[in-house]
Ligand binder design. Structure first.
Ligand SMILES: Nc1ncnc2c1ncn2[C@@H]1O[C@H](COP(=O)(O)OP(=O)(O)O)[C@@H](O)[C@H]1O
Ligand SMILES: [Mg+2]
Length: 226
């Protein structure tokens, strides 16, 4: 089943002489359950693409369909709700709320919608991420790697159709980076989570099922592996 489709997606920032073409006609299709790495040099348009796929930003032209919904046509309110319920976003910095326990941080997307977690799924997510015994701690009591795992758990708690991660290991040492990538692979396998992972690290990209290389806002290559 096709989970994500981009057709002719372009993004131009600024106007007049200050125009920057960040994306230039991106066509892309991702199947449910795929683990895709997006690789490219700094400034190639990776984060712009991720923001558009996550309905954080809108394309200048083109169409984006996620889980059967045309997100390129949404207004701000619709986009915010869609983002909370359908996509998980993970960034280089974890953005956990320092005054709330890890458990509350993870549950925050559900609490905002006054929803209750599915206990079995919640347990499975925190177990997969190896933070079951950290749930009552505050973020500051966790290592960087553990905080990033909590941020990933938060992004998974709504069972998002799509997990988007932008350089999630950019702030971590090698050992913690390794662990985070292993956790993402595990969630891809155990929870059948569709993942789009942005990285500029080729070694990390090699862990994915498919590698898309972008350069100057265009897809340079798109290779399935394994
Ligand atoms: N908000 C913005 N306003 C203007 N230009 C931007 C903005 N965000 C990104 N850009 C430009 O768009 C291009 C792609 O940026 P980005 O998507 O952040 O690349 P990457 O994540 O691959 O490093 C760069 O030239 C960058 O300077
Ligand atoms: Mg970036």
């Amino acid at each position: 089943m096709e989970l994500l489709k981009c057709e002719g997606v372009s993004k131009i920032y600024g106007n007049g002489n200050n125009q920057v073409t960040a994306l230039d006609g991106i066509d892309l299709s991702v199947e449910k359950g795929e683990f895709v790495a997006v690789i490219g040099a700094s400034g190639s348009g990776k984060s712009t693409l991720l923001h558009i796929l996550g309905s954080v930003d809108q394309p200048t032209a083109g169409k984006v369909i996620v889980d059967g919904v045309d997100i390129s046509a949404m207004n701000r309110t619709q986009a915010a709700i869609f983002r909370r319920r359908k996509v998980g976003l993970v960034y280089q910095f974890y953005n956990l709320i320092p005054t709330l326990t890890v458990r509350k941080n993870i549950l925050m997307p559900l609490l905002l919608d006054k929803r209750k977690p599915n206990q079995e799924y919640f347990d499975q997510v925190v177990k997969t991420l190896g933070i079951t015994d950290k749930l009552e701690a505050l973020p500051s009591q966790l290592s960087g790697g553990q905080q990033q795992r909590a941020a990933i758990a938060r992004s998974l708690v709504y069972r998002p159709a799509l997990l988007l991660a932008d350089e999630p290991t950019g702030n971590l040492d090698q050992k913690n980076s390794r662990e985070i990538i292993d956790m993402l692979k595990l969630s891809n396998r155990n929870l059948k989570q569709t993942i789009l992972l942005i990285t500029h690290d080729e070694k990390i990209a090699l862990e994915a099922d498919r590698i898309i290389t972008i350069e100057d806002g265009r897809i340079l290559s798109d290779e399935k592996r394994g």
